[in-house]
Design a protein around this ligand. Structure first.
Ligand code: A3P
Length: 313
């Protein structure tokens, strides 16, 4: 790119950045919006410093697709599989706290990547990033990755409530405004449909497993068994049942409330399939249908999302 073009595009980004950061809790970095409350440009700039390990357990999911739920499932399954006794469990937890490792790869301070090297295997790595922004070493080392999706309409509604609750958007922003931003990719992590299109390229990769929020809600036992098998977690039927209990919405909400009531209220909300009908107008629903049909419906991953079942009346 010529220097002039580069500076013009930088100027444009800067203008947009000023528009967004001045009115809400988001900032623009390298063409995508991020939540300023947990992310900073310095960390995003050196994401490639992250060194993946082949035995890492990687969870990728767009915001509001149920990433906290599935991350907790992975934590429980990994712990059961590792057969850690109480003391070992405590030490592992302490290590995480001591090292102040933020829960998602793109969150926190830039020095975290160095600290993450001190974590014992198997580490559970989480991210909301789109493939082309994910640190390169994840694709080089090829650890097993679980990629989570949720129907785009429920994701939008969940995202709206979360953004309001966490004050990521101005208080006067209505659902209609948010919907327009969501559909045009002017929300953190960009347009959800772009994530579907990009991840579809990895659909046949052996180290990548895809699952959906709806599939896990419909048959959690089966979903957990598939996940355990994929990551080669050695767990019993009892471990699966215990994991279900420990990761129920109520259990996670109660635990979340002990740590941060405001965040817990936004993170653990209704936890249902089909809440989109509470906010989508007919026109918005048709607009989403049209965009999905145009960009994602024909892809293998698009078909996996069972759009007609979960997004149509
Ligand atoms: P709703 O807002 O539709 O209720 P994320 O963790 O990616 O931020 O996603 C948040 C969504 O997952 C919220 O959806 C939340 O209620 C739901 N969720 C969180 N924990 C859950 C659980 N244990 N069981 C089912 N859904 C859960």
């Amino acid at each position: 790119m010529a220097a002039k073009e580069l500076s013009e595009s930088q100027e444009k980004k800067q203008e947009e950045l000023e528009k967004t950061t001045s009115k809400d809790g988001l900032f623009l970095y390298d063409g995508s919006l991020y939540p300023a409350i947990v992310c900073c440009p310095e960390t995003l700039k050196i994401l490639d410093m992250f060194k993946a390990r082949r035995d890492d357990v990687v969870l990728v999911g767009y915001a509001k697709t149920g990433t906290h739920w599935v991350a907790q499932m992975l934590t429980e399954l990994e712990a059961a599989s590792g057969k850690y006794d109480e003391e070992e469990m405590k030490q592992r937890q302490q290590k995480l706290e001591e090292l102040k490792i933020d829960p998602f790869l793109e969150f926190g301070d830039p020095e975290k990547f160095e600290r993450m090297e001190k974590l014992p295997s198997r580490r559970i790595i989480k991210t909301h990033l789109i493939p082309h922004k994910i640190p390169r070493s994840i694709f080089e080392q090829k650890p097993k990755m679980l990629v989570l999706f949720r129907n785009p309409k429920d994701t939008a509604v969940s995202y709206y409530h979360f953004s309001k609750g966490m004050k990521l958007i101005p208080s006067e922003q209505t659902w209609d405004d948010f919907f327009s931003d969501y559909i045009n990719g002017k929300v953190c992590y960009g347009a959800y449909l772009d994530h579907i299109i990009e991840w579809n390229k990895y659909i046949d990769y052996e180290n990548v497993m895809f699952t959906t929020y709806e599939e896990l809600k419909e048959n959690t036992t089966l979903g957990l068994k598939k996940i355990a098998e994929f990551f080669e977690f050695s767990v019993t039927e009892q471990d699966i049942q215990t994991t279900i209990e420990k990761t129920s919405l109520k259990a996670m909400k109660d635990k979340g409330n002990e740590i941060n009531r405001v965040a817990a209220k936004s993170l653990f909300r209704k936890g249902i399939v089909g809440d989109w009908t509470s906010l989508f107008t007919e026109e918005q629903s048709k607009e989403m249908d049209r965009r999905f049909e145009e960009h994602a419906a024909g892809t293998k991953l698009g078909k996996m999302l069972k759009y007609d079942i979960y997004c149509k009346n």
